[in-house]
Design a protein around this ligand. Sequence first.
Ligand SMILES: [Fe+2]
Length: 341
Amino acid sequence: MTVSSLPVIDFGAYLSSDSSAEERKAVAYAIDKACSQHGIFYLVNHGVPQELCDKVRALGRNFFQLSMEEKRKYGADSLVRGYWSNSDTSQTNQTHVETIVFHPPVHCYDNGLSPDADPASASARLPTAPDALGEQGSWPSEEFRALTEEYTNHILQLNKHVVDSIADSLELADASRNRLQKAVSYVGFNGYNVLAQTGVGKGEISLAAHADTGCLTFLNQDSDSVSLQIQDRDGMWHGVPPIPGAFVVNVGSAFNRLTGGRYIDVQHRVVHCSEKSRVCVVVFVTPPFDGCIDPLPEFVTASEDSISHTPKLYGDLHLEHEDVYNEVEVVALSNPATSHV
Ligand SMILES: [Fe+2]
């Protein structure tokens, strides 16, 4: 079963200086509706050059075609950085899903502890060396780094416009708009290999169900197979067919919190049943580690406003999520059909 009713949003009208205020408003409301009803939508006419989108996927494809010995040089001691695959390759030297992730140093987020932070909390782990996420991974090549950074910069610009449109539709005050616009990103390349070579049974889960942690995720994927699935409110899973040239954009848990639950942090997973390999490049746009992810004032009720509490920081959420992944990793070692990222 696939989702045929997911919104396809033409962002060109919002980006064009020739558009009327009404035309821009219509796009903004469509995005707000998609985020609050589905937590996921397609974005077309987004302004990111198609050639660059294709090139960056080819970069991932070429990397995954390297020998396992070569790819393992880019592993790190972190589950959220560097190269990782979820199969025991000692026997077959084949993986069914593999990934390489580049997360910038969290120090660059200027994430000092607040004076009243609980030293036992996850946020107290932030200023550790090298940083809270473990060691840095290295780039496979200078070309890889340059192209990935060029691509990520385009996505961050696009994110800025999408968030602007959301702030317009929600009629947010400047302070709230600025909170949403304070964003950073990290990027992951995922490879799902040819089923026949992996020993994975048809229909088995390639990437376990999860919600992303940040605000918005921009997925640039091959268009050969329907592998991504989302869960609806009744718990049913539906395939999300790729649309060539479109980004799949989904809401993460930070945005769900910031909007007081208005935006759905959609549960998704990957079931790759194709005889063709699949590569996708995923840019996760998140608040800074020291950014507060309590609901924006526009989404706080009067009774909630009277309750004092310690602000929840994005870094806490991210590290809690990483802890969950650590538990998943234990399962993954005994069950190759379980994955993370
Ligand atoms: Fe995800």
